[in-house]
Structure formats: structure tokens, C-alpha cells
Design a protein around this ligand. Structure first.
Ligand SMILES: NC(=O)c1ccc[n+]([C@@H]2O[C@H](COP(=O)([O-])OP(=O)(O)OC[C@H]3O[C@@H](n4cnc5c(N)ncnc54)[C@H](OP(=O)(O)O)[C@@H]3O)[C@@H](O)[C@H]2O)c1
Length: 257
């Protein structure tokens, strides 16, 4: 299927590794002109070069408003983008009373406010062109809060409400706004969380993985490419009538209807 994004300009955040990297690479292979951003710009340049992909690597630290502003200005000077993939690193594990006020504020600033600001500023260009795609990476924890991931569960709930609200506001401009929810896709983040769980429960990572797999009907973690393929469809021309949705890519993990 031709996704119809050849020549479209895309910004993918959190793209130095994991899900962001897989999405950025997939969009580039589909012919999009991709700007991939994260703190580790060199890592982006490295995986792009190894994959023979023509990708522009940019530095951004989503916890730093000045850095976010720098990225926005640079992109606006170049005429904006057609596709925006909102993604940031996940926060530290912990219960609902674990984070102090500073951690709540920092997580909200990094994972939510920065993405809201970037989207708000890049939207007018999409509105002018009457075409745009905004896709935000969420988590299964939005539907079914994940134990010991209070910061993530809570801040992502706010992002979900924002995304759904925005979808209505720009649907008439040919812009779709969706979320994509990973269950357990095998990235560095999942390895880190499994290691942290093993330490907390005084067991091995193998045991933690075994327990996780028992809850996934597909019986395995997902591959980042499987996730990126769904993301690529959602930002494609073909998905023009999908908006305000949360699409699960979770091997059946989320049991709720
Ligand atoms: N993998 C899963 O199964 C899964 C499940 C549920 C939710 N999620 C969520 O989906 C998102 C992506 O997951 P992932 O597995 O790809 O995570 P990952 O492997 O840890 O990658 C996170 C990406 O975000 C970037 N990042 C982190 N902090 C940043 C900052 N302050 N400014 C700019 N970029 C930053 C990282 O790059 P730099 O370090 O170079 O900045 C990296 O490229 C995360 O929010 C994660 O919590 C993932």
C-alpha cells in the first residue's frame, strides 16, 4: 500500500532510540523528509547513517524550555512540518506517593507541556496546508494504569485528554490527532523497567519477563518495527478518517474493551 507520504515533512521526537527511532526510520523509508530529535543527536546520526537513511538529526531537551524553543524556531524557519510524532522518554518508576512536587512538575513539563507547546506552534502551518498528522505515543497505562508507574500513568492521562480535545478543534482543517499505545515493545526502556522490577522484587529479569509474557495473549514482547508500521499508517494519507483515536499495539495486553 502506498502511504502517500513521499515528500511530506515529518518531525519525530524522542528519536535517538526505541520507538521514536523505529518510527523515524520507517517514515524515511516511506519517502518522508524526516527531522529526528532527541538529546543524543549523535546517536540519531549514527543509526541513520548505518541504515543508509537521509535524516536530519537535531538536538532537543524536552525538559528545557529554551531548547524546545530553539527546535520550534528552527523548524518554523524551514516552513514547518506536515507530520508530528510526539514522544518523550518515560519517567522513573514509583508509586502514587513516591514523587515529590518537583518530580511531578518536571515530568509534566518534559512529557506534556513541551509537547503541547511544540504542537501548538507547528499547527498553523498544517492548517494553512489543510493537511496534517499529529500522533502522540502513550502507553497501555492510559487505559489500565500500570502498578508502580504513577508518574507515567498520571501525566499520560492529561496528555490523552489534551489529544482528544485537540482532535475536535482541527479535524475540519484536514488534520488528524491520534494516540498510539504501546503495550510492551522490546526497547531499552522495557529492559530498564524489567531490571528495576527485578531489583524491587528481589528476583531475576528472566522471571520478570516470564511474568510479563504470561499477561500478553501474543506471548511475546512486540518488536519496535511492528509498532512503527502502525504509527506510519496513522500518519499516512491513507488514515485520513482516523482521528481522536487511541490505537493499541499491545499483542492483546489491555483486557478492557
Ligand atoms: N516500549 C514500550 O513498550 C513502552 C510501553 C509503554 C510506554 N512507552 C513509552 O513510550 C515512549 C517511548 O518508549 P521507548 O521504549 O522508545 O523509550 P526509550 O527507549 O527510553 O526511548 C526514549 C526516547 O526519548 C528520548 N528522550 C528522553 N528524555 C528526553 C528529553 N528530556 N528530551 C528529549 N528526548 C528525550 C530519548 O533520547 P535521548 O536520551 O537521546 O534524549 C529516547 O530517544 C516513552 O515515553 C515510554 O515510556 C513505551
Amino acid at each position: 500500500m502506498d502511504l502517500g507520504i513521499n515528500g511530506k515533512k515529518a518531525l519525530v521526537l524522542g528519536a535517538s532510540q526505541g520507538l521514536g527511532q523505529a518510527i523515524a526510520a520507517t517514515l524515511a523509508r516511506e519517502g518522508a523528509k524526516v527531522i529526528a530529535a532527541a538529546r543524543n543527536k549523535d546517536a540519531i546520526a549514527d543509526w541513520a547513517q548505518k541504515g543508509g537513511l537521509d535524516i536530519t538529526a537535531k538536538h532537543v531537551d524536552l525538559s528545557d524550555p529554551a531548547s524546545v524553543e530553539g527546535l520550534i524556531s528552527m523548524i518554523l524557519e524551514q516552513g514547518g512540518v506536515d507530520i508530528l510524532v510526539n514522544n518523550a522518554g518515560g519517567p522513573l518508576p514509583g508509586g502514587a506517593t513516591t514523587p515529590d512536587r518537583e518530580s511531578w512538575n518536571k515530568t509534566f513539563n518534559t512529557m506534556a507541556s513541551s509537547l503541547f507547546e511544540i504542537t501548538t506552534r507547528l499547527l498553523p502551518n498544517m492548517q494553512e496546508k489543510k493537511w496534517g498528522r499529529i500522533l502522540t505515543i502513550g502507553s497501555s497505562g492510559i487505559v489500565q494504569p500500570i502498578p508502580n508507574l504513577a508518574l507515567s500513568n498520571t501525566v499520560r492521562a492529561a496528555i490523552t485528554a489534551w489529544s482528544r480535545t485537540l482532535a475536535d478543534e482541527v479535524a475540519g482543517d484536514g488534520i488528524t490527532v491520534n494516540m498510539i499505545l504501546p503495550g510492551r515493545i522490546h526497547t531499552g526502556r522495557v529492559d530498564q523497567l524489567d531490571d528495576a522490577a527485578a531489583k524491587r522484587l528481589n528476583t531475576t529479569r528472566e522471571q520478570v519477563v516470564k511474568n510479563s509474557l504470561a499477561k500478553i495473549p501474543a506471548g511475546r514482547y512486540g518488536d519496535p518495527q511492528e509498532f512503527a508500521d502502525v504509527a506510519a499508517f496513522l500518519v499516512s494519507d491513507r488514515a485520513s478518517y482516523v482521528t481522536g483515536s487511541m490505537i493499541r499495539v499491545d499483542g492483546g495486553l489491555i483486557r478492557g474493551l
